[in-house]
Design a protein around this ligand. Structure first.
Ligand SMILES: C[S@@+](CC[C@H](N)C(=O)[O-])C[C@H]1O[C@@H](n2cnc3c(N)ncnc32)[C@H](O)[C@@H]1O
Length: 381
């Protein structure tokens, strides 16, 4: 029955397992003290990289050459001693390379921070958006008790910014420049978790010829700027974009109308709120990717119920999310921790069965991709 094609986990998963084994070997040889030193080195490293992005230090190191600490300090208007000490942290951790006693050069790692690239945005987002709520966690749990942070209001993030009564969306809407960095960072995530190959949409294309010819085939709910719809249509011969609908908040859709390419603009673009009634009824597929993990269980049930209410008897809901193993892999556990700061969470498959069931849906097929990325196919109960 299922059209879902399992995908073999890729090299990223194998590398993560190998890194875990090597770490265990180091622990056995050296004991846990190294771990503590590594953790503390990690947070010093992210702080220095963030400062260097802000001060444009990486751009001042020649692309294919070398610069003295004295010249580098002069180029950014800083004390030589300050720049030298901060560079040493990055040299010691392999991000920069030192030659002789006082000259420094790029490595492959540091080159990624020289331009407004998605990877740089990802690090910037990690530091600017998630470090403050993580630092506020002791105070947050003192104030709210030792409860799972959930719900749109009173998130750790809003608490950390002194605005606990604001939703994260309202908070971020006040900071367009931070939003822009987040969007760029999301495109880096897109590369790490490509949509292509995760699910075989050919059966949807096969139904494009059926009447009524104007039935929406795929509605991408919370689809952002349409990159996922584009990937699906490009990968699936015979699946026309004109039979797809791109839905997101009205302000996001307004931006998409002026920035999206011709292909995405041939879809129907609909501004909506997924916490309210679904405006497009009876589509073949309601697709939602990386929307549920931004919310707690009760909110997800509301989102899914609105989709269930709009479904025709043969409609399916496709949910694309990371599905954690138990215990979770390192990267999934890290994402779960970060999502907790905005009231969201990563879920195990049991967690998804629970919210789907509460919304009147059942998960009928699961298609697994690399890094725990999964597409769950759901039908109405
Ligand atoms: C993490 S992004 C995922 C975007 C896209 N689906 C993807 O896979 O890259 C979450 C999306 O949900 C949208 N969103 C958030 N709240 C929404 C709401 N209440 N109604 C509709 N869309 C919403 C955001 O604007 C954003 O585009």
């Amino acid at each position: 029955m299922s059209s879902a094609t399992p995908v073999t986990p890729n090299v990223a998963d194998s590398l993560e397992s190998l890194a875990a084994i090597l770490k265990r070997v180091v622990e056995l040889v050296h004991g846990p003290r190294d771990d503590i030193m590594d953790i503390m080195t990690g947070f010093c490293q992210i702080a220095v990289i963030r400062l260097f992005i802000k001060w444009k230090v990486f751009e001042k190191i020649p692309a294919a050459g070398i610069i003295s600490y004295k010249e580098l300090a002069a180029a950014v208007g800083a004390d030589v001693s300050l720049i030298t000490r901060l560079c040493w942290l990055l040299v010691a951790t392999g991000v920069l390379r030192q030659e002789g006693p006082d000259r420094v050069a790029h490595t492959k790692s540091s080159e990624a921070y020289t331009s407004v690239a998605p990877l740089r945005a990802q690090l910037q987002m990690g530091f600017d958006e998630y470090m403050p709520p993580i630092l506020a966690m002791p105070r947050y749990f003192d104030a709210y008790g030792l409860k799972e942070p959930t719900g749109k209001l009173h998130s750790v993030k809003a608490f950390a910014e002194g605005e606990p009564e604001l939703s994260v969306t309202d908070l971020m809407n006040r900071h367009p420049e931070r939003m822009a960095t987040m969007l760029l960072a999301l495109s880096a995530m897109e590369k790490m978790y490509p949509h292509s190959g995760l699910y075989d949409f050919s059966w949807v294309a096969a139904r494009a010829g059926e009447s009524p010819g104007d039935r929406p085939l795929i509605v991408d709910v919370g689809g952002g700027n349409g990159h996922t719809l584009r990937a699906i249509c490009n990968d699936t011969p015979g699946l026309p974009m004109s039979r797809c609908v791109l839905e997101d908040l009205p302000e996001v859709i307004e931006v998409a109308k002026t920035t999206a390419d011709k292909e995405v603009l041939s879809a129907r673009l609909v501004g909506m709120d997924f916490f309210k009634e679904q405006p497009v009824k009876g589509a073949l597929i309601y697709h939602t990717r990386w929307c549920l993990h931004d919310y707690g269980d009760d909110e997800c049930v509301v989102i899914l119920k609105h989709l269930a209410d709009a479904m025709a008897p043969d409609s399916k809901v496709l949910v694309g999310e990371i599905v954690m193993s138990n215990p979770p892999a390192r990267s999934a556990a890290m994402m779960d921790m970060l999502l907790g700061t905005i009231g969201g969470k990563e879920r195990t498959i049991e967690g998804f069965h629970d919210i789907a069931g509460r919304a009147g849906l059942k998960i009928t097929a699961v298609s697994r991709g690399p890094r725990d990325m999964v597409i769950m196919e759901c039908e109405k109960v």
